[in-house]
Design a binder for this molecule. Structure first.
Ligand code: ASP
Length: 347
């Protein structure tokens, strides 16, 4: 049987990549799919069939919400059997949050879901959007000799690097090289060839289908410690009605000031059922609470380790687990488990 041409679904949510300068007014406007084809004639050179779905209206990714993540999962699930891969065009500002959320929502994913965007609109001469989009499509369509997708994961492709989505952080508001995966190597690099790292790429259980999830509970907060942080502020924050989980950004390998009031507040909060997850403020490296006295005291207060998780991933994982109505013990257990390649437990 002849292999058919790969079929790719391109989902445009909004963001800079999809903007085109109006030749009359000079203003940036959102494109439609036909305009995209006009601006990137290279797309016609692929032997892929590309269909598109456009958010109406497109959103700046600063307006991203869990409801839009659920919408993306609905679109992917509805089209899952018909397409070989999915490319999501997304604003860069919250792309890492969306990629992290989708990595949990698309359980046992067997097809590529590649997010990309750009720092300059696609209609501009020096745009980075063209390269990002063309390569993202190529990756979404790539299969190995057995016809199995090369990267059945939720990823971000940006400036020549394919990164596991739930490991990424936006690190630059100006340069083309806007994303970094500090704690996990790239899954592929695009140069003359796209060089994949198959040993790093996750594989689904072939005997199980992809399982979509839609629920989130956003009664969570990210709290960054700093020298001089006030007791009253932490106290009030931990008393907010409905608060269920805190991502605590501590110093270095998971350390916090040795203040009696801080440990008391954290301990009382965990005893009230609030889940407190410790991640480091450093871009790179992991929390090791056993290493210093200042970390051990947090363990004793009931705080759990977030290992080498990014803040984007820790907060979306908590929202996802809370949304599924799991018990506190079960959420604590899952926060300590690697669900979608998001943490390194034994570096
Ligand atoms: N504010 C835009 C967004 O995130 C920036 C971008 O697309 O890069 O939607």
């Amino acid at each position: 049987m002849l292999a058919r041409n790969p079929l790719i679904l391109l989902i445009y949510t909004g963001g800079t990549i999809g903007m085109i300068e109006n030749p009359i007014t000079g203003a940036l406007e959102n494109f439609n799919f036909d305009q995209l084809m006009e601006h990137i004639p290279e797309l016609k050179k692929f032997n892929y069939r590309i269909s598109s779905y456009q958010f109406d209206p497109p959103i700046d990714s600063s307006d991203m919400e869990p409801a839009f993540w659920a919408k993306l999962v609905r679109i992917i699930n509805y089209n899952y059997e018909h397409f070989d891969g999915f490319v999501i065009l997304h604003g860069t500002d919250t792309m890492s949050y969306t990629a992290s959320a989708l990595s949990f929502m698309l359980e046992n994913l067997g097809k590529p879901v590649i997010l990309t965007g750009s720092q300059l609109p696609i209609g501009m001469l020096r745009t980075d959007g063209k390269e990002n989009l063309i390569t993202a499509i190529e990756i979404a369509a790539a299969k190995n000799a057995e016809g199995i997708p090369m990267v059945p994961e939720v990823c971000i492709f940006f400036e020549n690097h394919l990164m596991r989505g739930n490991r990424t952080t936006k690190i630059n508001a100006e340069n083309f090289n806007a994303f970094r995966s500090f704690n996990f190597p790239p899954l592929a690099e695009a140069g003359i060839h796209i060089k994949y790292e198959p040993h790093l790429i996750r594989r689904p259980d072939p005997d199980k289908p992809m399982k979509p999830h839609y629920l989130f509970d956003h009664n969570v907060v990210i709290l960054t410690l700093f020298p001089g942080i006030r007791e009253e502020i932490i106290h009030s924050l931990l008393q907010v009605p409905g608060l269920k989980a805190v991502v605590l950004k501590t110093y270095g390998s998971g350390n916090a000031p040795r203040k009696e009031w801080l440990l008391r507040e954290l301990k009382e909060a965990t005893e009230r059922g609030i889940i407190i997850v410790n991640i480091t403020q450093c871009s790179s490296g992991a929390v090791e609470m056993e290493r210093y006295e200042t970390g051990i005291q947090l363990l004793q207060a009931g705080v759990i380790s977030g290992y080498d998780s990014t803040p984007e991933c820790a907060v979306t994982k908590l929202m996802f687990l809370l949304g599924h109505g799991l018990s506190q013990a079960e959420i604590r257990r899952k926060m300590n488990s690697d669900l979608a390649g998001e943490i390194t437990k034994n570096p």
